[in-house]
Design a protein. Structure first.
Length: 585
């Protein structure tokens, strides 16, 4: 994220105005308190406008001018020696705010005509504007309303750098500039008290249709649900909860998911499909399928369930103000098994650029250099419930009969396992822009196991650690959770340095991945990304710009992934036949 104050507040009259009082509108949701300045100034800092030397100032609590409590926050500016501005800055990132329409703060001023406002969105983009001083604030308290929409579209920089708002807000600054000081004294003061945020008012989306196909499946398998919404923004990013209830109305299992677009500001027709997986221990029976919107944030911050409407579809029925029955799913042992189409992968005209056949000693070290693989993520981030071990004799990697065994086991009471990366911390090693990437493997059986084959972009490893600006691409070619042998998870992730992560993922129902070897591949070209299982295309989507970079390989046996490991077999072993990469000739 760029510094919050890289530019001066000059020529404020050219910037968009923020209304001093709220315009007439529909009732707003309850405001969220941010700070009443009755305790330590956590998240606040003074900005001295050092890029234009000469200004002096201070930011401190003031017990002599409180509005309602005992103290307020005072910003002093002294421009007799030059300079352009001084400012106050509040870091909002740790407050877990929803998207908001307004910030409201009570202000009192001395010798001040206007304020500079800076608002940073979730991408790290800073939007700069001006607020007028409410009438009567010279010597008295008045409420200042900062409308987010009025601050967007003018001067901006950093992050998405598109002049558009990408909520929620991550930082707020109120500045005092030399050019808005009254009179000839060159000094001014701004008092702040009772800062709050008003969430975006939730709309009322309509569920146009929802189909379940097939309507019967075996335990351990599942079905496909296809959704169509007439979307209205919910003001907060919600998941769709999908509950499967038995004849007593009890939820037996669920298939919650993120919808096809973030709900905080979604609009228009939103259509997508998701595979639901029925846990293998699910009792046979007929299950009512009920869905709705839900956010895990506190209700005071816009969380909880959201109301919506059901369309005219014959299978849709609102059973609660915030829940709709969309049909039924029969779970029975004699239901037809899912089938896959014939393989269609064709590598004619391609050449192999990387081949790890495990037909000799494994070239691996903890961090390199000089080995084909390193045994950690090159960015230094272990994950899951088993630490990734440095290579040692016969653990966690063993090569025998042209096969690699990656072993997870308890060592001195703690789970340890293995990971391989094809580049080191400097991005040196094997990577390739575009091509077909494939692993052939057999996964361990048992709850808590979490094997994977995935790709990441090299450029992020080569950025300065203190100046991260690039969005990381992650292609999960396969993730398999040991609670279900037949559910193959593929996901395309985008990890911005500041903004919220996004993931486009789905599940394919395939033959038991623990019973035999299968191939898991992904084709990446300039236009599309296609995920494969045993040469069968599972799904395709457009290639995001972030994926058009050299990609490196990771193979691992992790544990957990949100599932308990108390019943995980010790040891658990993943067997890899080969890892190969191809490029067009």
């Amino acid at each position: 994220m760029r510094p919050a104050f890289p530019r001066p507040l000059l020529a404020l009259g050219l910037l968009s105005l923020v209304a001093a009082t709220a315009p007439a509108q529909a009732p707003k949701p309850a405001a969220i308190p941010i700070d009443d300045f009755e305790s330590d100034l956590k998240g606040w800092k003074f900005v001295g406008g050092e890029e234009f030397p000469g200004a002096k100032g201070a930011l401190e609590r003031d017990a002599t001018a409180a509005r309602a409590g005992k103290e307020s926050l005072r910003l002093d500016g002294d421009f007799r020696g030059g300079g352009a501005y001084v400012g106050s800055w509040k870091d909002l990132d740790g407050l877990d705010l929803p998207d908001v329409d307004q910030f409201r703060v009570w202000v009192r001023v001395r010798d001040l005509n206007g304020l500079g406002v800076r608002l940073v969105d979730a991408t790290g983009q800073c939007h700069q504007g001006r607020a007028t001083i409410p009438d009567g604030a010279e010597g008295g308290w008045r409420e200042l309303v900062l409308n987010v929409a009025d601050l967007v579209g003018g001067e901006h920089w950093g992050g998405a750098n598109d002049g558009k708002w990408h909520g929620p807000a991550k930082g707020l600054g109120l500045n005092v500039g030399k050019d808005v000081v009254k009179g000839e004294g060159g000094r001014s003061s701004l008092w702040l008290d009772d800062l709050t945020a008003v969430p975006v008012a939730a709309g009322t989306p309509t569920l146009v249709s929802c189909t379940i196909e097939p309507t019967a499946c075996r335990p351990g398998f599942g079905s496909r649900m296809t959704y169509a919404w007439d979307a209205e923004p919910l003001g907060i990013d919600c998941s769709v909860f999908v509950h499967f209830r038995n004849e007593k109305g009890q939820m037996v299992f669920q298939a919650d998911h993120d919808p096809g677009a973030p709900t905080s500001r979604w609009s228009g027709r939103v259509e997508y499909a998701k595979t639901i997986v029925v846990p293998s221990e699910t009792p046979p029976g007929r299950y009512e399928v009920v869905l709705g919107f839900w956010s895990g944030k506190p209700v005071a911050k816009g969380g909880g369930r959201k109301t919506f409407r059901a369309g005219a579809g014959s299978n849709l029925a609102m059973v609660e103000p915030d829940a709709c029955r969309v049909g039924y799913l029969d779970v029975r042992a004699d239901a037809p098994l899912p089938t896959l189409p014939p393989p269609s992968l064709n590598l004619s005209g391609w050449k192999r650029t990387f081949g790890e056949e495990f037909d000799g000693p494994l070239s691996v070290s903890a961090w390199g250099p000089g080995t084909r693989w390193i045994a950690h993520t090159p960015y230094g981030g272990d994950f899951g419930d088993a630490g990734f071990a440095d290579p040692q004799p016969d653990f966690p990697f063993t090569v025998k009969d042209d096969l690699l065994r990656i072993e997870a086991k308890k060592v001195e009471g703690r789970w340890r396992s293995g990971l391989l990366s094809s580049v080191d911390a400097k991005g040196e090693g094997f990577s390739q822009k575009f091509g077909y990437f494939e692993m052939r493997a057999k996964f361990p059986k048992g709850p808590g196991t979490w094997p994977a084959f995935w790709l990441l972009g090299v450029p992020q490893l080569q950025e300065p650690k203190d100046k991260k600006t690039l969005t990381q691409i992650e292609l999960d070619v396969v993730e398999q959770y040991g609670v279900n042998d037949n559910a193959l998870h593929t996901t395309t992730h985008l990890w911005p340095p500041v903004a919220p992560h996004t993931g486009d993922g789905d599940v394919a129902l395939v033959p038991d991945m623990t019973a035999d070897f299968h191939t898991y591949g992904v084709m990446v070209d300039d236009a599309v990304i296609t995920y494969y299982f045993d040469g069968v295309p599972l799904r395709t989507h457009p290639t995001p710009p972030e994926a058009k970079v050299p990609l490196y390989l990771l193979v691992d046996l992790a544990l957990g992934g949100g599932w308990p490991v108390d019943k995980t077999p010790d040891p658990s072993i993943m067997i890899v036949d080969y890892v190969r990469v191809y490029a067009k000739e």
